[in-house]
Ligand binder design. Structure first.
Ligand code: FE2
Length: 369
């Protein structure tokens, strides 16, 4: 028997750290990132909050960072990877690499960027009157749980010059790396306007669906963006937890369920709403707005560095039918309630369905009347 008054047992250094940082820790299934309350966060030198979604998994999480008008974050560097997404406002990022070179770029709403691993960077609000809010998805949780030493992660001089990429990756340029539909990659460090970035067709994932995978600062964070045309939806699928889905354009809803469930969990979304489908929970996204709906998904294990066999399987099988050992439910196999619910929602919004080539919609509406 251990008679220590404080036995070290089932520790989670990351959770202890998050509770001690002095900022709000929001735990929920889905969160509207525009409405999150922030408090002063000494580590960033500005206000912030920590977001723990039910489906965040063991590797990554989100921080919300606010920059007041004319404000800036403190210079920082760290041995964890991260992807920033700008929710609102305009500003700049100044990044100093290990060789002393400086790179500065200007961001605005819907910008996406990654400071290279352990580079020294600072964020500035470029407006004297408007606040700016950013969200950052980071693998800090798993790294702190492995090393359980803050100084190792935040005060480490090791340089990774190979992570910087080309100089123009900081200027919003990048390299398109063609693969197959659903696997095309764009390599860069900065995407100025993800809402208007050209995605590539991926019909197999859903009617009119398009997608791009991002390789950012050669890091291990996964980032992709997908779009559904107005009045359309994607096919249902499942995977491991940790995919933080952040809605960017249009509006709609998602349904989630475990195999065998009677009913669906349903969440509406619009710009800035984030949710993370829990482990092996089927999920399906529906665009019910008169304009296309585009979202960003951030997780751990990129298309270049999957890190786990599960992620390799996901990238190879994400659009394969469940009947063939994959993880996607094709339209013809889905619960008839799913399409009916979608048509009802479209009718409320006065938006026409673009799914007519896949369903006999007159029969579905007639059966419901
Ligand atoms: Fe998914």
């Amino acid at each position: 028997m251990n008679d220590s008054p404080d036995p070290k047992f089932l520790l989670d250094p990351y959770l202890d750290w998050s509770a001690a940082e002095g900022v709000p820790v929001i735990e929920d299934f889905a969160v509207d990132l525009h409405r999150v309350e922030t408090k002063p966060w000494a580590r960033f030198g500005t206000d912030g909050a920590i977001i723990h979604l039910a489906g965040r998994g063991d590797f990554v999480t989100l921080f919300v960072i606010d920059l007041p008008p004319g404000g800036a974050s403190v210079p920082m560097s760290h041995l964890y990877d991260e992807v920033y997404f700008v929710l609102s406002g305009t500003g700049s990022a100044s990044i100093e690499l290990g060789d002393g070179s400086q790179h500065t770029f200007e961001w605005g709403a819907n910008s996406l960027f990654s400071p290279p691993l352990n580079s020294r960077y600072r964020l500035f609000n470029g407006s004297g009157s408007e606040p700016a809010r950013l969200v950052v998805c980071t693998d800090f949780p798993i790294l702190l749980n492995i090393f359980h030493n803050e100084d190792f992660l935040f005060e480490n001089p090791f340089d990774f010059p190979e992570r910087a990429g080309k100089a123009d990756y900081f200027a919003g340029d990048g390299d398109f790396i063609p693969m197959t539909p659903g696997r095309h990659m764009w390599e860069t460090n900065f995407v100025p306007d993800l809402a208007n970035f050209e995605l590539k067709v991926w019909e197999q994932r859903g009617a009119g669906s398009s997608n791009m995978k991002f390789v950012l600062a050669d890091n291990v964070m996964h980032a992709h963006s997908s779009e559904m045309p107005a009045g359309s939806y994607k096919k249902a699928h499942w995977h491991q937890p940790g995919a933080h889905v952040i809605c960017m354009t249009g509006f709609g809803y998602s349904i989630l369920w475990y195999d065998g469930d009677e009913d669906y969990v349903r969440h509406p979304w619009h710009h800035g709403v984030v949710f993370a489908p829990p482990d092996r929970m089927f999920h399906q996204h529906f665009c019910t707005s008169p304009v296309a709906a585009r979202y960003l998904a951030l997780s751990w294990g990129s298309i270049r560095y999957p890190l786990m066999q599960e992620k390799k399987d996901l990238r190879n099988n994400v659009d394969k039918d469940v009947k063939e050992g994959g993880r996607q439910i094709n339209y013809e196999d889905q619960d008839p309630r799913v399409h009916r619910m979608f048509l009802e929602e479209l009718a409320k919004n006065g938006v026409e369905s673009r799914m007519g080539k896949y369903f006999d919609e007159a029969a579905i509406v007639g059966a419901a009347e």
